[in-house]
Ligand binder design. Sequence first.
Ligand SMILES: [Zn+2]
Length: 404
Amino acid sequence: MHKPYMRIPYTEALAAPTVFPESATTLRGAVAALQEFLTAPGPSARSSSTSRASTAVLTGAGISVASGLADYRGSKGTYRVNKSYRPIYYHEFLQNHEARKRYWARSFLGWTTLHGMPNAGHFAVKRLGESGLVQSVITQNVDSFHPKAHPDLPTIELHGYLRSCACTSCHQELPRDVFQNELARLNPAWAAFLQEILASGALDTEDPDDRRARGMKTNPDGDVDLPDAPYTTFRYPACPSCLTSPPTVGDCSRSTVEIDADGAWNPTSTAGILKPAVVMFGESIRGPVKAAAEHAIDSADRLLVLGTSLATYSAWRLAKQAKDRGLPIAIVNLGGVRGDDALSVDLGPSQGGRGGARIEMSTDELLPALVEQLRQSSNFGAVRESHDHAAEEHGASVFKDMMS
Ligand SMILES: [Zn+2]
């Protein structure tokens, strides 16, 4: 059976989008278009006067940009960071101890820069969920900002999440922070080096020249170079649960999990390898996650795409599924989107957003304005108006503090 493996995303430059309706080039016009899109009666009999038509939201890296994480693709839809960088493939990670050392060493240094807070865009999605306008959120992001911002509106994390590691043998998860502390304990020279480069500010940038200027040595492909401690000395822990109870393998024999005197995974082991709980290149999305995403599209009356160029096949497939079902689609993204024309075909220029929209604007600017407009127009109804939003306001102010 064909399995859709995670592939290197579509890398060609994408054409600039045609914004529609025409009025959606201004913030006011874009808000009006999305208001019409979200509040128009649904196309199906499922939507009666008492139940709102339901919208599925599909998000990508663009919605996290305002949280301070680098966008995967540049604003023109092309890679902009370290073009020679080649991500590790799942089979390589599984089979190669040396490749894992290198992966975890880089990840150990990078983990500290991957912390941030959900931004105004995520909290606006939360409000849309509370209002009943949005029923499901599918994200390609692995940063956990959606589940943090709206724990009550479930998020399908298509490509997994960085907050945990998962065992490739027993599939149990370990929080990434716990794993990080173990890496620090097993690699004291690297831990000291990390403190040093954190103090230098070199990890605040992804530009190799900038990093060099701040005193961090990198080799020509942008990798960190730690003199006296090459990647091959890096150690990583075994899965604690496999260590206690080695799993049985295919032929009913027991696997072996061995560690060195400090607890680092030993290459004589046949199990207990932890990986980040994200879908790696060459790995397929887990069946239940894929099914949940497809179900979300199948049970929606329309699709709102936020901050993604749909470059990954898994995301493109879901948009295509919505299109094939005849759902209205609205896309908010800075820069081109894969299949832009195909997704917006059949729409007359005069429709105001009801049948779909294509907006080129940042989500953290547009979505809060949309929420405010919906609230003023009483589109949110009385249901959740008494809800206390202190928590998200607090989140937003923390975010502002971080940016100032
Ligand atoms: Zn395990």
